[in-house]
Design a protein around this ligand. Structure first.
Ligand SMILES: C[S@@+](CC[C@H](N)C(=O)[O-])C[C@H]1O[C@@H](n2cnc3c(N)ncnc32)[C@H](O)[C@@H]1O
Length: 256
């Protein structure tokens, strides 16, 4: 009979082959390079996860356990870049002392950059392998100012509701998320989370979301338009690797 997969099942049965690459950020005279441990190949890992779930009659778990967390998506690079630029403009203070929440962090590249620039971070995601990769990347880059909380933004369980209450009740300086609007239901789930947060504050530009123009970005924007939440939209050009070649990629950045 199919059962809910545990982290131990996944770790014991599926090999997450990894690699370490470098990400460099530059703005005027400032430069920062980070090392990032990521999946060697997203496609191969998806195949292995799916094969394993199929053999065990757990195909329905694929959505939850799909290893999308394990690569640096261009939207993460664009968000990290925007944070780096913001910090560089502040010169000496950088992001010193800012309290930042990251939603659906995956490898948490924007959080890694913000932490290097002085911010205190709470990174969140729901995939069970995320803390393992995060710890590896904290160690690689000698960062100690990122905490992790397992948080499923779409869950209605009592436990999640408690976590969400604590998050919506916290006075964040910035809330960030990259490439988190890739399923139809993400648009309404994230809109209602952000609406809850924004009704408790008069601040604008509190929430920064980046997206590579996935189909559900428009649904999210439609929710915003139907509400009183104001949004500033811009485009940042970053890059992505396609078959070993570096290609320019435009990414939307929304500031709510
Ligand atoms: C496309 S990946 C982007 C990862 C990272 N933000 C980046 O841009 O590199 C989407 C991330 O959202 C996470 N995610 C999806 N649904 C979620 C949910 N309901 N609650 C929390 N995280 C979720 C996934 O585990 C994954 O890490």
């Amino acid at each position: 009979m199919a059962s809910v997969m545990s982290l131990r099942d996944l770790e014991n049965q599926i090999v997450y082959q990894t690699k370490v690459t470098r990400e460099t950020f530059e703005f005027q005279d400032f430069q920062l390079t980070l090392e990032v441990r990521s999946l060697e190949s997203l496609d191969d890992t998806i195949d292995r996860v799916f094969e394993y779930l199929q053999e065990n009659g757990n195909e329905s778990e694929l959505e939850r356990l799909c290893p999308y967390f394990g690569v640096v998506w261009p939207a993460a690079r664009a968000l990290a870049d925007a944070l780096f630029e913001e910090a560089s403009r502040r010169e000496a203070t950088k992001l010193s002392g800012l309290k930042i929440l990251e939603i659906g962090c995956g490898l948490a590249l924007p959080s890694l950059v913000a932490a290097k620039l002085g911010a205190q971070i709470l990174a969140t995601d729901y995939h069970p392998m995320v803390p393992r990769f995060l710890n590896a990347n904290l160690e690689l880059n000698q960062i100690s100012t990122i905490e992790y909380l397992e948080l499923d933004w779409g869950s209605e369980s009592d436990e999640t509701q408690k976590k969400l209450e604590s998050i919506t009740g916290t006075d964040w300086d910035l809330i960030i998320g990259s490439d988190i609007l890739y399923e139809r239901f993400h648009a309404s789930q994230l809109f209602s989370l952000f609406e809850k947060i924004l009704t408790q504050t008069k601040r604008s530009n509190l929430i920064w979301i980046t997206d590579p123009a996935r189909p559900y970005l428009q649904a999210f924007i439609d929710h915003l338009k139907a509400s009183s939440i104001s949004v500033k939209t811009d485009i940042r050009t970053t890059f992505e690797w396609i078959h070993g070649q570096k290609k320019a990629k435009d990414i939307f950045i929304l500031k709510l």
